[in-house]
Design a protein around this ligand. Structure first.
Ligand code: SAH
Length: 346
């Protein structure tokens, strides 16, 4: 397996069976342990009361369970959105967000500690990349939030800190465990993965034929403007990126979402909207407009309300399916990576 051999929470039920058999245990123990980890959301072996004390001790020694410690929580007074800061055992910290919607609770998780993509408007990348998260550490964010809130999570978006397709193998394993019928059994249709556009990995993901939604952080409709905002655009041109999107749609039958952060005076003209329509139309892509969340390290500002409406209107007249993202938790450190950064600065 990828990840680490000790990391029992990142193993599939089959792998767990094989490992326990090899270690001289009965295979049915695997189902019990898997159930404790992924359904009952046990935090430590002490809770696994149907295992012998000797086995619990042995497991704790050879296979310590990954665990997240909540270190901070902010709750929005406007919409109840909660932002969590968790500490990992190695001292690193990750952010996750819990959002309550009419159709169910949604959790936004991080996929890496830091990020190396360097998008100009994003706070998560300012300190660079530290390490990848294990599949178990991505699951742990959802498990911890479920325990803390006492409410079921029905939607998961991989849109927190990090570039999920830059941690491909762990991401795939995470999705398989999250949607496994022996675990939380979240529907693949309720999982969204957001990428800044790593072309080879997008194609690879298409070949997995999952029913998840792939969101592309597009943010510009010309190579020139995209390169100003996102260094990843220096690596792949828009035509290569759109070809990967077409392949994804073709292989999976899943419409893509294009995320487009509106930055005042940078990418919010009607010509931009026109060019964006031309990119989205052949793919029947859904466009999600996000008024950019200003970070103090950069001087990007949000587009005026009227400009946002005009931009949206133009897309609609072009027959494009578009929504303006509701800004959840505006009153808490909203933008990706802001809560973690505030703690790093301390
Ligand atoms: N690396 C992935 C996922 C993490 S970022 C990606 O690029 O998609 C999640 C989304 O938030 C992306 O669309 C990203 O471009 C956007 N984002 C980051 N900082 C932002 C900000 N300050 N304002 C608005 N959107 C932002």
């Amino acid at each position: 397996m990828d990840g680490s051999a000790w990391d029992i929470k990142s193993m599939t039920l089959e792998e767990l069976k094989d490992m326990l058999t090899e270690e001289g245990e009965k295979p049915f123990r695997a189902s019990q342990i898997y159930d404790w980890m992924h359904k009952k959301l046990a935090e430590d072996y002490g809770q696994m009361t149907n295992l012998s004390a000797a086995l619990r001790e042995k497991l704790a020694e050879k296979h310590p369970l990954t665990a997240l410690k909540p270190v901070d929580m902010q709750q929005s007074g406007i919409d109840g959105t909660r932002k969590f800061l968790f500490a990992l055992p190695d001292g690193n910290m990750v952010e996750s967000v819990w959002m309550k919607y009419k159709h169910g609770n949604s959790v936004c998780i991080s996929s890496q500690v830091g990020c190396r993509m360097g998008c100009r408007f994003c706070a998560s990348t300012l300190d660079g990349w530290e390490r990848n998260l294990l599949p178990s550490e991505m699951l742990d964010q959802i498990y911890a939030i479920t325990r803390i809130t006492g409410e079921r999570v029905s939607n998961v978006v991989v849109m927190g800190t990090g570039e999920p397709l830059d941690n491909y193998d762990n991401l795939l394993r995470f999705i398989r465990l999250l949607t496994d019928e022996n675990g939380l059994h979240i529907s693949q249709r309720n999982v969204t993965v957001s990428t800044c556009g790593l072309v080879p990995q997008m194609k690879r993901l298409a070949d997995e034929h999952l029913a998840i939604t792939l969101a592309l952080s597009l943010h510009a409709s010309s190579d020139e403007k995209r390169r100003e905002l996102m260094p990843v655009a220096l690596k792949w041109r828009l035509d290569e990126l759109m070809e990967a999107c077409a392949y994804y749609f073709e292989q999976t039958g899943r419409r893509m979402t294009f995320e487009y952060a509106l930055v005042g005076g940078v990418n919010d003209t009607l010509e931009d909207a026109q060019a964006l329509s031309a990119l989205a139309r052949p793919l029947s892509a859904h466009i999600n407009l996000i008024p950019v969340n200003p970070i103090k390290e950069r001087d990007y500002r949000q587009s005026e309300r009227a400009q946002i409406e005009a931009f949206k209107g133009r897309l609609e007249r072009n027959g494009i399916n578009v929504t303006v993202r509701r800004e959840m938790g505006r009153d808490i450190d909203g933008a990706c990576g802001q809560l973690r950064r505030r703690h790093l600065e301390k």
